[in-house]
Design a protein around this ligand. Structure first.
Ligand code: PLP
Length: 250
């Protein structure tokens, strides 16, 4: 049977742990056919990012148009945007981008800056499932997001900008906050004690996109993605691929 087609619009991670590489592995592991629009090439390994090359906007647009012209794309995940103009490009193609999931990537796991908050902020108002971690939610709202109450407040205030749903992730207790259809709920999980968490945000948003492509309602898709990330974290816990935070086992 032909698999559902999912598209990732994101940056390349030469270390294979995050970005496009994590997205395509997630799509394949969950039974989708992955296509990709590369917005930036990053040189990095488990220790950090050594160079970033944003792809010129006309080449980003050409990749997007090539994919959309030929594939029945059923869901789209957006990660690192590279060139700030990519946000406007996505807005311009909005009607052709079903089941949009946006991970507002600002900073790499290693702490390297991957995008400016001002360039990413417009994405928060798109009709999408928005998946900020606590740091990204704090940058987008301008308020600290540390406690469970602050996560709820951030999810509600980001939702007012127009998203279809908002999931704030990254608490120490693995309790994510999901806003959808006017309600807020906390999704509890088992924390996986591991330093190998590079690419967990990318993996989460990609898994949501696959489940939405398969027809799951948002809360079902988000719960399934959370289970997938936990299993991938547990699977890679004992891996020693580099000297820094390693990737997940897809
Ligand atoms: N996209 C790229 C290209 C990256 O290099 C990174 C992190 O290094 C991310 C996204 C975000 O990674 P994470 O899933 O760990 O939040």
């Amino acid at each position: 049977m032909t698999p559902p087609v999912v598209l990732t619009i994101a940056g390349s991670d030469s270390g294979g742990g995050a970005g496009i590489q994590a997205d395509l592995k997630t799509f394949a592991a969950l039974g989708a056919f992955g296509t990709s629009v590369i917005t930036a090439v990053t040189a990095q390994n488990t220790l950090g990012v050594t160079a970033i090359h944003p792809i010129p906007i006309d080449i980003v647009a050409a990749q997007l148009d090539a994919v959309l012209a030929d594939f029945p794309v059923a869901a789209v995940k957006v990660g690192m945007i590279g060139d700030p103009a990519v946000a406007a490009l996505i807005a311009g193609r909005a009607t052709q981008l079903p089941n949009l999931v946006i991970d507002p990537v600002l900073v790499a796991t290693s702490g390297a800056r991957l995008a400016d908050t001002a360039a990413v902020a417009p994405l928060a108002s798109y009709n999408c499932v928005l998946t900020p971690n606590r740091q990204e939610a704090a940058a987008l709202t301008g308020s600290p997001v540390e406690t469970a109450e602050e996560m709820v407040f951030a999810a509600e205030s980001l939702a007012k900008r127009g998203a279809r749903a908002v999931v704030v992730t990254g608490s120490e207790t693995a309790a994510d906050v999901l806003w959808h259809d006017g309600t807020v709920e906390t999704l509890h999980g088992e924390p996986v004690p591991t330093a190998n968490n590079h690419g967990s945000g990318c993996t989460f948003s990609s898994a949501i996109a696959v489940r939405l492509a398969a027809g799951d309602p948002v809360p079902v898709a988000v719960r399934a993605a959370k289970r997938y990330v936990s299993a991938a974290l547990a699977g890679g816990r004992d891996w020693r691929l580099g000297a820094g935070p390693g990737p997940l086992h897809h």
